[in-house]
Ligand binder design. Structure first.
Ligand SMILES: *Cc1c(COP(=O)(O)O)cnc(C)c1O
Length: 234
């Protein structure tokens, strides 16, 4: 496994670098989040030994079973659907929660105030009925709910565009998320809230389209299968 993993990681790092260069961006401004859902702790340990520090998980119980047995310097990203009744398990060991998309979740986080919640708002830019994510029209309303809560820090936006085989099909959705981030920053600025902490993160791009996402401003790319291989959900 290590040989394959090392080779795939090197390949992804190279493609990431080239995409950043094409966009005249600094490669260090884009963080690779290795999506390790369905892969066991040994695989994560190997990736960690190769230098990967950011890992993404989608299922609470699975993350909980891994976090205790893995190195403490791992930065854990929760990228799955967030349910209000699970927030009590979102402890300080989570680095960033990517997919907050409704007021009830924000309310639940406010209540769990023993630690800080670092979050992104998930926006359904494709307007797909079956997908999570807030409607773009709700952006300011969600921001307004977050901003005066001392234990919630909103760092930016996240999206999962409609699935296509052709990565170019994702580009308009990535451009749309970048514009929504501008809109969020304008709103925060007008309320003199931008200076308290930066709201500048764009979580977008997966195995099939991360290069296009980098070209359109992604700061966090979520790459699973291109790094670890196909997932087996059985
Ligand atoms: C599983 C998952 C990924 C990784 O997908 P790949 O296509 O395997 O890279 C990224 N983002 C989210 C939200 C996911 O659930």
């Amino acid at each position: 496994m290590t040989d394959t993993l090392a080779r795939r990681l090197a390949e992804i790092e190279e493609r990431k670098l080239l995409a950043a260069q094409r966009a005249s961006r600094h490669n260090e401004d884009v963080t690779l989040v290795a999506v390790s859902k369905t892969f066991d702790a040994d695989v994560i340990r190997e990736a960690h030994s190769l230098g990967v520090r950011h890992f993404g998980e989608s299922y609470l119980q699975e993350w909980q079973s891994k976090v205790d047995v893995l190195p403490e310097d791992i930065k854990w990203h929760f990228i799955g659907h967030v349910q209000s009744n699970k927030i009590k398990h979102f402890d300080g060991r989570l680095h960033l929660v990517h997919a907050v998309d409704r007021a009830s979740v924000i309310k639940a986080m406010k209540k769990e105030d023993a630690h800080q919640h670092d979050i992104l708002l998930q926006i359904n830019v494709g307007g797909e009925a079956q997908k999570s994510g807030a409607d773009p029209a709700q952006l300011e309303a969600l921001l307004e709910r977050c901003v005066n809560i001392p234990n919630i820090k909103i760092h930016g936006l996240m999206t999962v565009p409609p699935y296509h085989d052709d990565a170019e099909e994702s580009r308009p959705y990535f451009v749309a998320l970048q514009r929504l981030l501008d809109r969020a920053r304008t709103w925060l600025d007008r309320h003199e809230l931008l200076l308290e902490h930066p709201c500048d993160q764009l979580s977008m791009g997966m195995s099939g389209d991360f290069e296009v996402a980098i070209e359109e401003g992604a700061t966090l790319i979520r790459v699973g299968s291109a790094l670890f291989g196909e997932r087996d959900y059985s």
